[in-house]
Design a protein around this ligand. Sequence first.
Ligand code: AMP
Length: 209
Amino acid sequence: MRLILLGVPGSGKGTQGAILSSQWQIPHISTGEILRQAIANQTALGLKAKAYVEKSELVPDYLIFDLIRQRLTAPSTQRGWILDGFPGNLSQAQFLDQLLATLGQSYNRVFSFYVPTDVLVQRWRQRGRSDDHPELICKRIEVYQEQTAPVIQHYRQQGCLTVINGDRPVEIVTHFLQTSFSDLSLTIQQKTVNTSERLINKERQILSD
Ligand code: AMP
């Protein structure tokens, strides 16, 4: 299974990426998380990325390309992967298309998480991450709207985009993601969440309107 998760900070893509990664036993590749760790460990990547991450700007593409190329050609990702926060702009999306073509692979689906702004504000207050103070969050939203929104359009045009209502309890969003693949030959351990079925069907209807 190969998935791409896109969404602003606090949209829930990281949480869902971690859950699906553990259920499906495939790596969750969060570019933001990898960069934060690289900075904390003062690696060569971390030293180069630090100034950009501190300002909530996208780090230069060449650094991200190396990182993604390394991860997607590693033996651990041969069974699949979940990309979280990548591609962050159109040139990264084009790079990914080319890399996957070289590897003879393709992604199954792209999910864009949508959460209303007032809910996001509440979530940011609760997270308390060092780059979650209002100025930096505004900057990340601005970067997202300018640079990542065209990526969403790119995938929409390719017909592989699903918009997710992320303003739902975690387990309902997980169930929505899992059931999106019920037509694929994938063995997922699915718990039937009775009450969520109705909500999800309703939600699908709203999102497809
Ligand atoms: P996130 O955890 O997704 O909010 O990302 C935190 C920070 O990591 C961002 O503000 C960027 O500085 C950097 N970053 C994450 N993903 C990317 C990407 N695809 N391209 C460039 N920079 C990124």
